[in-house]
Every structure is written in structure tokens, then in C-alpha cells.
Write a protein that binds this ligand. Sequence first.
Ligand code: B16
Ligand code: MG
Length: 216
Amino acid sequence: MIKGVIFDLDGVLVSTDELHYKAWKQLAEDLGIMNFTKEDNYLQKGVSRMESLEVVLNKGTKLYTEAEKLILAEKKNSCYVDLLQELSTEAVLPHVVETLEMLRAQGILIGVGSVSKNTPLILKRTELEQYIDKVSCGLDITRSKPDPEVFLVAAKKLGLQNEECLVVEDSAAGIVAAKAANMKCLGVGPEYRQLEADYESLTLQSEVDWHTILQG
Ligand code: B16
Ligand code: MG
């Protein structure tokens, strides 16, 4: 029996992909890497900021020290945070609000499990805070997806057993993390058929069979 649903943030509740892409592309170009593409950006989905930086640096030839890499990651984040100031309720993905309201009405607890350290800012700017019981994000963890830590912390904060939680994810790393946490998972987003989730749907549309899913 599912008592809590833990939602990934980027690509599930909100659309910030384009802003991440713009900020990484800007950094790449500042480093003289002119061929950073959306395909490269796809490899950054659901993984940590430092792992995402490696995707950019692998496109170039120059080697950087760990200290230099931290500065570059901070530079990208500063650009990304500037872009986030423009974020509004328009960034909330289709069917999200009605899904959250429907789950709440059934007494299901709502968590967020995101490796993004900008999760609190994004939830505030998109006005999604009001629907969320507990947040587990990059500020709470030391290991990124596919490690299950972010979901284990979310379950603990919700006061639930791991197997009482369902994870909703759009990235392969997130689905691996959910399974490692002993949680059932619903895969959504453009790549939902490749995610090998327990349940699948392109969006959080009304056709998602929540009745069956919540039976566990
Ligand atoms: P930040 P999620 C992830 O969020 C993004 O998908 C990924 O592209 C990003 O690198 C990561 O957050 C870290 O974000 O730089 O803001 O801390 O999909 O786990 O919600
Ligand atoms: Mg995601």
C-alpha cells in the first residue's frame, strides 16, 4: 500500500531543462567549447552539478584541477540562478497541480526528491511549495542519483517505510535510484519507454491508473 509519492523535480514537476541547457552552453562557450549540444545536455539529466560539468569538459581538450572545476560549476550555477529569477507558475508541467491535489485529497503524503541544490528556490518561484509535505534535495545528501540517498531521506522525512513510497521520475539515474531504495516507480517524460520503470506514462495525465498504482 502506497502512503507517499516522491516526485523528482526537473522534468517531472517543472520544466527547467532549457535553463540548465542555456547556462551550461554559456559556460562551454566561455571555455571555447562551441559544440556543446542538446544531446550532450541529455547526459546531464538527473545527475549532479559536478558530474554535469564533466560532460561539458569532456567536449574540450583542456584539463582542470579540482579547485578550478569548483569555480566553473559555481559560475554555471550563478548563471542558472539568474535565469531562475524569471521562473514562474508557467514552468509547472501539465497535469501536475491536479495530480498533487488529487493525491492530497486521498491522504497521500507528497515529497520531492531532487539532487538540485536549487530545489527550494524553484518550488518557491513556481508556487508548488504549498502542495509539498517534505523536501529532500541536493542540500540534504552527499551522493547523487543513481544512489538512492535522496529518496531514502525523503521517506525518512515523510515518516514512511521505503516500500510505502512511490517515486515519479523522468531520468534513468532516478529510476535506478528508486529501485535501489526498494520503492516502486512511475517513469514519465519523453524517454518514458526506455526508463524500465514499474509503471509508465508520457505525462501525469488523467489516464495514469493511480488506483492500481496506489495499491502497491
Ligand atoms: P543544481 P532532478 C537535477 O534535478 C537535474 O536534472 C540535473 O540536470 C542537475 O544537474 C541536478 O539537478 C543538479 O542541479 O545544479 O541546480 O544543484 O532531476 O534531480 O530534479
Ligand atoms: Mg529529473
